[in-house]
Write a protein that binds this ligand. Structure first.
Ligand code: AMP
Length: 199
């Protein structure tokens, strides 16, 4: 949605790793077990992915979705951006209750190709689960189940949550109530992006 609306490239390590798995690359096959357990992938692997991606796409603004997820990743990102003579404008924290997370992942349908997300409850896609933007297949994710979610939440609470403090101290943390509907959340994210784009 951000790329479509603003033309800013967005990347997500999770999406990259799922694509690698589909392609059957060594990276995709090695990391798949971790994704299926809900464990975070080692920092070194993730940072290398982001570094390679930045060298290809990062010239004129970018958004990371699901990165950084640990303090060492955040520190590495800081150093990489410094070497590219740029820095982070905003770290957006989508604050969502566990109840909302549970309900969203239990019905999430995601486009394998572009990441567009909808819900199994959406009548529009009931008979034709095809992405309206890229014609990719809309699928349930194999790690979207209650068992794996418990581990993903444990990883989040112990390793990712501390980043709120880290970016808070740098005065770039922007907290958004993610329990609201898609348009309301997107409206807030848009304001942050527009504010930065015109700053
Ligand atoms: P996501 O698509 O963001 O829900 O991520 C799916 C899975 O990919 C996570 O449960 C992790 O196994 C892995 N992953 C994604 N982003 C990261 C990251 N920044 N650090 C470590 N593992 C990650």
């Amino acid at each position: 949605m951000i790329t479509r609306h603003f033309g800013i490239p967005v990347t997500s390590p999770g999406a990259i790793l799922r694509r690698e798995k589909d392609l059957g690359t060594p990276l995709g096959l090695e990391t798949d077990e971790m994704l299926q357990r809900g464990d975070l992938v080692p920092d070194k692997t993730i940072v290398k992915l982001i570094e390679d991606w930045l060298h290809l796409h990062g010239g004129y603004g970018f958004v990371f979705d699901g990165f950084p997820r640990t303090l060492p990743q955040a520190e590495s990102l800081g150093s990489i951006l410094k070497s590219l003579q740029t820095s982070i404008d905003a770290a957006i924290w989508l604050d969502v209750s566990e109840e909302t997370v549970r309900s969203r992942i239990s019905g999430r349908l995601q486009c394998r190709t572009c990441g567009f997300t909808t819900s199994v409850g959406s009548a529009q896609f009931a008979n034709r689960p095809i992405c309206p933007y890229c014609e990719g297949r809309l699928e349930r994710r194999s790690d979207d189940n209650v068992g794996v979610l418990q581990q993903r939440l444990r990883e989040y609470n112990s390793k990712t949550q501390p980043l709120a403090d880290y970016y808070g101290k740098m005065s770039i943390l922007r907290k958004i109530d993610g329990n609201r509907d898609r348009d309301a959340v997107f409206g807030d994210i848009s304001q942050i992006i527009e504010g930065k784009a015109s700053a």
